[in-house]
Design a protein around this ligand. Structure first.
Ligand code: B12
Ligand code: SF4
Length: 401
């Protein structure tokens, strides 16, 4: 089958890291690799840089269109793109997948959309394609959510099993070769995204990752990660939710990269301060792998009470220790904080002082907000929280920082 995978153009690039980071659609590249291994023909179009969706619908005549919904902020863009695909190709099945769609499928159950994929795309999409080829009902494909007759979401029955990440060892990156130079993080360009592990065992109140993966972590083998590092360019963003999570395996990976003489110009990884504070020797082993090496830390709050409220399971003294270890070894440190919309001026003053004291010249501030289409308070208290564009008042307050 011909399958067309589309990355929509987000309209809200003003928010958060959006304006500074343009990253390849790695999830769809893994799905493309799984489909190609099963003998299908795939086109991946990153609509930020490629030709239009209508162009690919005409030239590829796909039997299935997939649209990525990674961030909740992109929900409206995904829905608008699905409607445009439906206008141009009235009969083609349209599925939505990606992090936000899998975590919160309800907003995507619109009339134009056939189903939402809520498990690993590498597992579900090839099965879905097989079912379409055999004209079997979608209810026979586990890992989907569709709209039931009463309009309520219905999850398809059956077990998928757990995807071992090495089952699809390398993403099909050639699909984005034509616009690779558009992928950038700040001044680093072109940038490659690498995944070495998926999931996180922690349970931070505001985060959707652990809920989606049930606090599990799956790892790629050392061999497959080292092959991926060897095959990509010099500027790398590591997609892992919690890099260095498994210290023994991380050390083994650093040793293998050094044995293969792999050294990059720049790496950016995301991790926790408590982990880094406890594993200075691991950080020391990784430091030579790149000339410049930046870490994004989820510092979240400037007080122990604040950290407790966010269920961060870390303390401010660990924040201080982690920053110290990282800086001592020559890593660049970026701290990311969560802003509670209920804050008053004193809370902002406290955060301001903390940022100042720790010389966090690179810092990110994200407003805690509830889900679009699901603004009930219980959802916030139940920790199903995502990020939304800032309100003007909070935005103005942040300018002070
Ligand atoms: C890369 C990335 C970014 C990049 C995006 C680059 C770009 N715009 O080009 C940057 C750095 C800009 C970014 C920004 C933000 N991000 Co972000 N980001 C990620 C990250 C680290 C990696 C995504 C990735 O490629 N993963 C690896 C691939 C293999 O996994 P995947 O994408 O999930 O794909 C799988 C499935 O989802 C599915 N799938 C994926 N696509 C498709 C498509 C179809 C058709 C189907 C069927 C299936 C499918 O199959 C794939 C294989 O199994 C994730 C964390 C994570 N590990 O996923 C956070 C994450 C998605 N981001 C998150 C957040 C919070 C943000 C910010 C709000 C941060 C901030 N405070 O500024 C901003 C929002 C920016 C904006 N304006 O929209 C949250 C999600 C929040 C939410 N629910 O919306 C995540 C989960 C991080 C977290 N721990 O909370 N992000
Ligand atoms: S915020 Fe980071 S440490 Fe906390 S659960 Fe999410 S990925 Fe894990």
């Amino acid at each position: 089958m011909n399958i067309l995978l589309l990355r929509p153009v987000p309209s809200n690039e003003r928010f958060g890291l959006g304006p500074f980071f343009r990253i390849e659609p790695l999830g769809m590249e893994y799905i493309a690799a799984a489909l190609e291994a099963a003998g299908h023909r795939v086109t991946v179009a990153d609509l930020r840089f490629s030709r239009s969706a209508e162009h690919y619908l005409r030239s590829e005549r796909p039997g299935l269109v997939g649209i990525a919904g990674m961030h909740a902020l992109e929900t409206d863009n995904v829905l608008a793109l699905a409607a445009a695909v439906r206008r141009a190709a009235p009969d083609v099945p349209i599925v939505i997948g990606g992090h936000t769609a899998a975590a919160f499928p309800d907003p995507f159950l619109a009339a134009d959309i056939t189903a939402v994929v809520i498990d690993d795309g590498e597992l579900v999409v090839p099965r879905l394609v097989r079912a379409l080829e055999q004209r079997a009902p979608l209810s026979t494909v586990p890992g989907l959510v569709t709209k039931g007759q009463d309009g309520q979401p219905v999850r398809t029955a059956g077990e998928l099993g757990t995807l071992a990440l090495d089952a699809v060892p390398k993403p099909s990156r050639r699909h984005v070769d034509a616009w690779r130079r558009q992928y950038a993080c700040l001044a680093h360009r072109p940038v490659w995204l690498i995944e070495t592990a998926r999931g996180c065992p922690f349970r931070c109140a505001f985060c959707s990752i652990w809920q989606l993966h049930s606090r599990s972590v799956r790892e790629r083998s050392i061999e497959s990660v080292a092959d991926d590092f060897a095959s990509v360019g010099d500027e790398i963003f590591v997609a892992d939710d919690l890099f260095w999570y498994h210290p023994a395996r991380s050390l083994e990976l650093a040793t293998e990269l050094k044995r293969r003489k792999i050294r990059k110009r720049w790496i950016l990884a995301q991790s926790r301060v408590d982990l880094v504070a406890r594993h200075a020797s691991l950080l020391e082993a990784w430091r030579p792998i790149a000339k410049d090496f930046d870490i994004f830390f989820g510092l979240e709050a400037a007080t122990d009470d604040g950290l407790r409220g966010l269920v961060k399971d870390a303390t401010v003294s660990q924040t201080e220790a982690g920053i110290g270890v990282a800086r001592g070894l020559g890593y660049g440190v970026t701290g990311n904080f969560v802003i509670d919309p209920a804050w008053n001026e004193a809370d902002f003053e406290r955060l301001w002082a903390f940022v100042d004291r720790h010389r966090l010249f690179q810092a990110g501030f994200t407003i805690l907000t509830p889900l679009p289409g699901n603004y009930r308070r219980g959802v916030i208290e139940g920790h199903a929280v995502i990020y939304d564009p800032m309100s003007q008042a909070v935005y103005d307050a942040l300018q002070l920082l």
